[in-house]
Design a protein. Structure first.
Length: 241
């Protein structure tokens, strides 16, 4: 899991330089696909996962998650989440970050920061003996205090040899409730935060999730190992490890 996590983070470190006005999300997908398969000798987990047609997810502006790369050209002011999951030696590493094209708008920047801080507040709750409700509660509290909303239809998840497994890691909830954490568990924390209302809509392509009110959405994700004393984040970028 450490190796898979590091590889997923390496892809995000690599792709940042390519996020520029005029690039299409398909081009970002191709670059990541080649890097994962040719340089890392790993497998892009999204490709053909339940019929998903591409190797990465690119979720632009009001897209909440699971955006399918396509011929859309990015332009200055766009904000997007790039979500990378790789399989190495049978294990999954899953991580996503927000990227800005050109100079970020003030609202997008603030929203991204709220999602980022929410994710870290949630991760900081992780330790053997704590409960999943502790994670959800702290994220929800932070997001709502900042007059944003938490998406409820999608959540973090257990991860290992399987991409998405139990438990569900909700990004809202009540302290002291839910599954008790044990050392050795691996899971993701990946709050989706909307600038407007929390409701979402699935587009007819069967994958792309957008905000119902067309407000901006932001997401950050790490894969984390629970340890006896706390946690170890498996998907830190090179700058943070
Ligand atoms: N990487 C996403 C997650 O964080 C899942 C993407 S599934 C896909 O769980 F099929 F859309 F790729
Ligand atoms: Co995930
Ligand atoms: Co992901």
């Amino acid at each position: 899991m450490r190796v898979a996590g590091r590889l997923a983070a390496d892809v995000l470190d690599m792709i940042g330089d390519y996020v520029k006005p005029g690039v299409t999300t398909d081009e970002l997908d191709t670059i990541c696909h080649r890097y994962i398969t040719e340089v890392q000798d790993a497998i892009p987990a999204p490709l053909n996962y339940r019929g998903f047609p591409k190797s990465i997810c690119t979720s632009v502006n009001h897209v909440v998650c699971h955006g399918i790369p396509g011929d859309r050209m990015l332009k200055a002011g766009d904000a997007l989440n790039i979500d990378i999951t790789v399989i190495k030696d049978g294990f999954h590493g899953d991580t996503s970050r927000m990227f800005f094209v050109g100079k970020p708008g003030i609202q997008a920047q603030r929203l991204s920061q709220v999602a980022f801080d929410g994710m870290w507040l949630g991760i900081n709750e992780l330790a053997a003996g704590k409960r999943l409700g502790d994670v959800g509660a702290v994220i929800q509290k932070h997001v709502e205090k900042n007059r944003c909303s938490v998406v409820r239809e999608y959540c973090g998840h257990g991860i290992g040899r399987v991409f998405h497994e139990d438990p569900q890691v909700l990004h809202y909830g009540q302290r002291g409730t839910g599954l008790e954490l044990k050392a050795g568990m691996t899971m993701t924390v990946e709050p989706m935060v909307n600038a407007g209302k929390r409701q979402v809509k699935l587009l007819p392509d069967g994958w792309t999730v957008v905000t119902k009110d067309h407000s901006l959405s932001a997401q950050w994700e790490h894969t984390v190992l629970i340890t006896a004393s706390g946690y170890e984040v498996l998907t830190l970028g090179a700058a943070d490890r």
